[in-house]
Design a protein. Sequence first.
Length: 282
Amino acid sequence: MVDATPTPVMVCGVGGKMGRATASAVVRRDGFELIPTALGKGRAGVVDVDGVAVTVIDVDAEDGEAVLKKAMETYPGLIVVDYTLPESVNANGELYVKCGVPFVMGTTGGDRDALLREVKASGNYAVIAPQMGKQVVAFQAAMKLMAEQFPGAFAGYTLTVTESHQSSKKDTSGTAKAIVASFNDLGCDFDVSQIELVRDVENQTGRMGVPEEHLLGHAFHTYRLTSADGTVSFEFQHNVCGRSIYAEGTVDAVGFLKRKVDAKDSKTLYDMIDVLKEGAMN
Ligand SMILES: NC(=O)C1=CN([C@@H]2O[C@H](COP(=O)(O)OP(=O)(O)OC[C@H]3O[C@@H](n4cnc5c(N)ncnc54)[C@H](OP(=O)(O)O)[C@@H]3O)[C@@H](O)[C@H]2O)C=CC1
Ligand SMILES: O=C(O)C1=N[C@H](C(=O)O)C[C@H](O)C1
């Protein structure tokens, strides 16, 4: 029999740009319920998400663990979505593991190796990925496959990577870092510290071609490969305006994770390529 109970979702960081967009997608999507409590930082208060009043509890002022445990009791089957900030990634991951709550981590940055290692070792169910947009995930997967199939195919080529995001974004794109890992396997000698970050309006609207109405929410990535003698070049580009592609993908990830939890799947840690491969993205 199909379980008709909606999946309860807590969105941590609901006061921020991605948290808000994701909470709104949860409200719109059948089969999911946005719970009226979330963890936040610095600012407590109530955020109205399309008619759902979400009380944001400041983790600096209250015990996040107690808040989460209460929510898990009140909403059995709770799944947490995290769109907070790079500096909170590891502490939040640890908190979710401590509470035993399945989670989707969309937040980038932090110590990724430690996060993945600790979550995997814990056996806590989680989807962790720097990119939730279906078509960008497909591109990321294609580059990974190319690197697995043809390692070293671009040896000797020079790689340049440019990414433009809203000026409030402090970290280097997690997506760009993941794709650079595939270029490394393809033979390109390139370190993520060489990624060019564009955060100023003049270059965004001029050189990058970001429409003005999307200066506050965009992700424009260009990867250029040039052969040693300059006679051959490749360019890969993905330009996203707004945030709906990520918000919708995040809800897909929540649905995927719920099915894995219910099935008690032996694999517990996933990324968005796993979600895409299973045909779980709308
Ligand atoms: N995986 C993906 O597809 C995508 C990932 N991202 C990533 O999502 C993250 C958030 O981006 P964005 O929404 O633009 O950032 P914002 O700055 O707009 O929002 C971050 C929010 O998180 C809150 N916050 C910070 N620390 C904590 C904490 N410890 N617990 C709970 N809440 C906390 C902040 O609260 P306060 O306002 O009080 O400081 C703020 O409301 C970034 O890492 C970004 O790269 C973005 C788009 C897509
Ligand atoms: O902060 C953003 O906006 C984005 N962050 C993710 C990243 O760091 O790769 C995904 C996308 O680029 C938007």
